[in-house]
Design a protein around this ligand. Sequence first.
Ligand code: TPP
Ligand code: MG
Length: 556
Amino acid sequence: MPASTVAGYVFERLADLGIDRVFGVPGDYSFPIDDAAMDNPRLQWVLCANELNAAYAADGYARRKGAAILTTTYGVGELSAINGVMGAKAHRVPIFHVVGAPSTRIQRLGLATHHTLGDGVFGNFFDLSAACCGVSASITADNVVEEMERVIREAFRLSKPAYIQIPQDFAVMPVLGTAARGSVRPADHRGRSNPAEVKAAVRAITERLGQATRPVALASFQVGRYRAQSQLLAFLKRSRIPFAMTTLDKGVVDESHPQYLGLYVGQRSAPASAGKAVLSADLVLCLGEHIEEDFNTGDWSASIDPDRMIVVGPDYVRIGDSVMTACLLPDVLAGLARAVKPVPERRISAPRPLPVTGDADDPVSSATLYPRLQQFLRSGDILIGEGGTAAGRCAPLLLPKGVGFESQILWGSIGWATPCTLGVAMAEPKARVVTVTGDGAHQLTANEIGVMGRYGVRPIIIVLNNGIYGAEDTASERGHVYNDLAPWNYHRIPAAMGCEDWFSTRITTVGELDAALRKARSHRSGSYLEVMIPDIESQPLPAAVLDHLYKQNTPG
Ligand SMILES: Cc1ncc(C[n+]2csc(CCOP(=O)(O)OP(=O)(O)O)c2C)c(N)n1
Ligand SMILES: [Mg+2]
């Protein structure tokens, strides 16, 4: 299909962003757009196992590449993707969700058609899908040029998904109007700062920093979303300010950085000295917003006093009651990197890797697994931690230089990690993606393994088989039948799903784990390690912690 059609043009413009994959599931209302994606030589169609998986894969791809394309069909397809797209909105990930709708002829005649409620109403789903996004558009032949520029600009300005609905008849029409051409630089679309506001913000921040004796910074994941890592690093270097990251932010700065204090999660920070440094600081400079969500704060075990906090948000700066607007995060960071003076020097205790323990014959447990995982990782790897127990246990690991990290702890939709692995691996073909997932989470989306095999993606997937929804059992009394899982033979999944050349094994002892990790590292194709973890580990939390949770979750 030539790019002069509406659907062809939509994908041309998205390919201009540097996107080279389309994740999705086709459908008849979407055929014209499915064809247009297929016919674009710059795009590879990646047929996912279902729309939710496709949304998670697009999320993973966009986290690394800056943006992604997801395509689903009207109603049934797009609604299945909603959870994944909403998760991308929470984590500020730009995904372009392109959906084919019944033709405007069908809509005008009010025909009862499939994938509707049979009521001749065609606007039922637009609002639902659009609500998961920061921007939306209903495309026609004569608005497509302007609408695509607006949608792209807003998706990057807000760093949120975009919903693009195209009726099937418009999709095949020629574009009316003059097409925009040439590569699109997301940086040009993130908006512009008001220089006076940036200047005022930089002056106010440097003044406060100059008065502080024990300042620390918190580096937020939003720095990554707004592609401001180099400005952040320049600021850290010039200011010499020590910094921490929360679980949500882990991965945004290399943990081998000499000023890195460790993981900040309130009273459960790792090491504890990182928590002390943040909580005793006379100034906490949040570079990107700091989200005091339960998993990010050790169940709100501590909170940072807003009077001691400066927030450099995506497009504003807040210092107490004074707010500067129209100042973009990258510009404020760049201004700070130029203007700031070094903060008073002080000794910080550097975080250390966990010690490796356990003998070859010992059964594997979290205590023996995670330190080995930490030792196993090397520069160029990207670790993905699934919600549930895995992300929580991966978070305190001190990642070696050059190792990336992704998790979805804010939205926390279990099953995310497996399809996300596909997207991350496709965005970063040179990286080795190492994913740790609980068995329960994996049961939601394991069918994406077949997609990985089909497209030659070669991750290392570690499935923790404890037979239960351990995270849920931990946070309540034991023995709820609804937390017991169907007993799968996980290590047989890759072969059953067509990944015959994968290395797949079940591991019960520390010696087997060591051998399997060695083999996985050198194996040319994907690896799948089913690691038996005793369910006894998921005993209820200590009574005091359960009591704390109970009080927070119960009225009165
Ligand atoms: C989509 C979705 N459904 C349900 C939940 C609730 N939930 C949170 S953790 C969890 C269990 C995870 O179990 P598993 O993946 O086996 O990890 P484990 O803690 O056992 O290591 C569930 C069901 C959720 N977070 N997301
Ligand atoms: Mg489990």
